[in-house]
Ligand binder design. Structure first.
Ligand code: RIB
Length: 301
């Protein structure tokens, strides 16, 4: 089978997940039910999502030379993600994400550690990997300059780029002009665009303005609603199936992994989005960011 090469630039974290009945108030102490240490990080989650769908995945990123770094490398390797571009750095800790997991949703605090050392210089070391990719995907848990460098190499080689702008931050025009597809969630989209989207009509207008300004397709993920985008100037919403969510951590990553996989095998935008919505819906039914990433057979059913 011809497996598309997908390159992902991003973070690798150890997720320290504390399950609790609700979030504590400021100054309050409550009892949690469980603590789990599971590999995560938006970059690693998206890499694993693509690999489970049978893509040939290279991940550019950094971990520390420590127990968490080793566990993450084992997890990537065991799931078919190439370790060739995952650097192990001396003297820095592997990134960690501290996740408060409640029955309804989660809150995350990330300590970047080695991810902060995934610089433009690191990316340039893997220029050949980027140049031989079908598509390049990045998020914002590594320095912005690393993402910009990877996208510049991709664009010089006519390779499409997808940016998942998470965690949210304002982005320089230069990066947006190197981006073909951007996949914010609703709050990230409001921050990027600079205005609240109070109505569907407002969302449609904002998407039209943005796409004209940057020649960059916007796909807004909307949790249980599904996701919205423009098709020939008309606002479309791909609805999500109703499911019982166990853990929403990594749902956006499942979406992005499946979306780029769809594009990489030549599916239309509409089909790639529908495929990605289904992947995200499946992922929330299992605990942990990576364990719930669906396999191709599950999505084809
Ligand atoms: O998108 C979910 C991820 O965000 C978690 O795995 C955590 O590591 C944070 O980076």
């Amino acid at each position: 089978m011809n497996r598309p090469r997908i390159t992902i630039i991003g973070s690798l974290n150890m997720d320290i997940v504390v399950s609790m009945p609700r979030l504590p108030q400021i100054g309050e102490t409550i009892s949690g039910m469980d603590v789990h240490y599971v590999p995560g990080g938006k970059g690693a989650n998206q890499a694993l999502a693509c690999s489970r769908l049978t893509a040939d995945v290279a991940m550019i990123g950094c971990v520390g030379k420590d127990v968490f770094g080793e566990a993450i490398r084992d997890q990537m390797n065991g799931n078919g993600v190439s370790l060739a571009a995952i650097k192990q750095l001396d003297g820095v800790a592997t990134g960690t994400a501290h996740i408060s997991h409640t029955p309804e949703d989660n809150c995350i605090v990330v300590v970047p550690g080695a991810n902060g050392h995934c610089t433009a210089d690191v990316v340039r070391q893997f220029e050949e990997t980027l140049k031989t990719s079908k598509i390049v995907l990045a998020q914002l848990e590594v320095p912005l300059d690393a993402v910009r460098t990877a996208f510049a190499i991709a664009k010089e080689n006519c390779i499409p780029t997808v940016l998942n702008p998470a965690p949210a931050q304002k982005l320089p025009h230069e990066l947006l002009e190197l981006t073909d597809y951007i996949t914010p969630n609703e709050s990230e989209w409001e921050l990027l665009y600079g205005q609240a989207m109070n109505t569907e009509a407002r969302l449609g207008v904002a998407l039209r303005e943005w796409e004209e300004r940057y020649s960059c397709k916007v796909i807004v993920t909307r949790g249980e609603i599904g996701c919205s985008y423009l098709e020939q100037g008309k606002l479309m919403t791909a609805g999500a199936p109703k499911v019982k969510a166990v853990d929403t951590t990594g749902a956006g990553d499942a979406f992005n992994g499946a979306f780029v996989y769809g594009l990489s095998i030549g599916q239309s935008l509409r089909d790639s989005i529908a495929f990605a919505v289904k992947a995200a819906s499946l992922s929330v039914q299992t605990f942990g960011a990576q364990d719930g990433m669906p396999r191709l057979e599950q999505l084809q059913q």
